[in-house]
Design a protein around this ligand. Structure first.
Ligand SMILES: Cc1cc2nc3c(=O)[nH]c(=O)nc-3n(C[C@H](O)[C@H](O)[C@H](O)COP(=O)(O)O)c2cc1C
Ligand code: SF4
Ligand code: SF4
Length: 435
């Protein structure tokens, strides 16, 4: 049975030994230049990553300070800034961890990527393709096409991805209504089809390799569908279904509204981006609705994946491959190995022999709310599980009240909405057919 489970997949026609790997991540740690990056990427490969991502390759060459990782100079020029902050999304500070990240500039150079690949290539398995990401701080299609050619020649990747979702540029402008043209890159470009599509078209023409792009959630729905359809028509072969959200972090309410980032001048609250668990539903939405509605373009699910189950969920919603960054931040690089092992076990248990056996299965059940019939059920309390805590009766439902210390449901007023099943901390309530 062992040999019959095959977790390899194909993205844009390129084979990957597993659908799972690490999202591109640039900038906030000194792991570039290339030789240092190669050490890290070798760990990803060793842990079983299905592909390698070279993040955001910009035109130009590193400055002396960048080459030498001279942080005092980089910080004094503010050319190297990344900072994390933990946010509890849940009001009771439970379970939910997200990160906010701020940055001022992006740099990762083709010469570094070449050095990285020269070091890594000899040990890279054939079924671990290299995805090179291109980013130009400009909206000129010619400049993007030139950068694609340069990257392809120097790095020899298998896949090209356009980073048209990066929120970093947006962080430099408090009011984006009057953005200068040179600031229309990353998310600003990805959310503006009139800027993005000519760039994509030029990049597709510039190479014979498959080209895809990274969707910014700022595109919104349903614009993401129009944009992806036009991108497919222009030759895009895949779409990464979520970049990070552009956000304003919460102010410190116990400190006069100041910002909460450590080590920042003026206690400022800085325009930021956010990744992690809060992105997962944006990722499912884009993955499912693009997979369902727009044939001919592969979905590459990224954003908020932190358990192996999330990988399967994304694949069931149509993804050809998946990626995480927060998953390895929270769980370590071992998360790749554990996820691959879990995936194999899951497939054996369910009798799936290949990724294609279950890819997209969830799309069959994806319906609009007007296509389904909602049954008229009623709430039922399991007396054995109920601790009589009273929580279900403390919200706004007119049907539940506490009687003699126990919850009671007046069926006449029960609309079978199932809110109480969500409220009960002991899973003591379910909705069941009426007699
Ligand atoms: C420090 C850092 C650097 C990043 N650099 C890049 C990058 O160069 N290119 C890119 O497309 N995304 C970049 N990202 C975004 C991630 O690839 C990913 O889309 C994001 O973290 C959301 O996924 P997650 O919820 O799994 O973290 C970066 C994220 C972080 C935290
Ligand atoms: S919330 Fe659950 S455990 Fe608490 S009283 Fe209601 S049914 Fe019982
Ligand atoms: S199902 Fe909805 S209406 Fe019925 S008891 Fe529960 S919360 Fe109230």
């Amino acid at each position: 049975m062992e040999n019959t489970v095959d977790i390899s997949t194909q993205l844009a026609g390129v084979t990957m030994r597993t659908p799972f790997g690490v999202s591109p991540h640039n900038l906030d740690k000194p792991w570039f230049p290339g030789k240092k990056a190669a050490e890290l990427f070798a760990k990803y490969v060793e842990a079983g990553a299905g592909y390698i991502y070279i993040p955001a390759l910009v035109p130009g060459e590193p400055t002396e300070a960048e080459k030498n990782l001279d942080f005092p100079t980089l910080f004094s020029s503010q050319n190297y800034v990344g900072r994390w902050m933990k946010i509890n999304l849940d009001s009771q500070h439970r379970e939910v961890i997200a990160h906010i990240y701020t940055a001022k500039n992006l740099f990762n150079y083709v010469s570094w990527a070449k050095e990285l690949m020269d070091t890594l290539r000899p040990t890279l398995p054939k079924d671990v393709p290299v995805i090179a990401q291109v980013l130009v701080h400009d909206m000129d299609p010619g400049k993007w096409a030139d950068q694609v050619k340069r990257v392809v020649d120097a790095v020899e990747p298998d896949i090209i991805e356009l980073n048209t979702g990066c929120p970093v540029g947006a962080m430099g402008h408090l009011d984006a209504k009057n953005l200068p043209p040179e600031a229309k890159w990353g998310m600003m470009m990805g959310a503006a089809p009139e800027v993005f599509l000519p760039v994509l078209e030029a990049c597709v023409k510039a190479t014979s390799l498959p080209v895809g792009f990274k969707l910014t959630p700022e595109v919104g729905y349903p614009r993401m569908l129009y944009l992806t359809e036009e991108a497919r028509n222009a030759g895009a072969r895949f779409v990464v279904t979520t970049h990070k959200y552009f956000v304003v972090p919460p102010p410190d309410i116990w400190n006069g509204g100041r910002g909460k980032y450590p080590g920042v001048s003026g206690e400022a609250n800085i325009l930021s981006d956010i990744g992690g668990p809060m992105l997962r539903f944006s990722m499912y939405k884009a993955t499912a609705l693009i997979s369902k509605n727009i044939p001919g373009i592969d979905t590459f699910a990224g954003g908020g994946i932190t358990t192996p189950e999330h990988i399967v969920e994304a694949i069931m919603l149509g993804a050809k491959a998946c990626q995480t960054l927060t998953g390895i931040v929270l769980n370590g690089i071992e998360f790749i190995r554990k996820s691959n092992e879990w995936l194999k076990g899951y497939m054996k248990e369910c009798g799936y022999r290949s990724i294609e056996d279950f890819r997209g299965l969830g799309l069959k059940y994806l319906k609009s709310s007007t296509e389904v019939e909602f049954y008229y059920y009623r709430a039922k309390i399991d007396e054995e599980k109920c601790t009589q805590c009273g929580k279900c009766a403390a919200s706004y439902c007119p049907a539940i009240s506490m009687r003699d210390g126990a919850p009671f449901v007046d069926e006449k007023y029960c609309s079978s909405c199932a809110m109480c099943t969500v409220i009960c901390p002991f899973d003591a309530i379910s909705i069941i057919p009426r007699a």
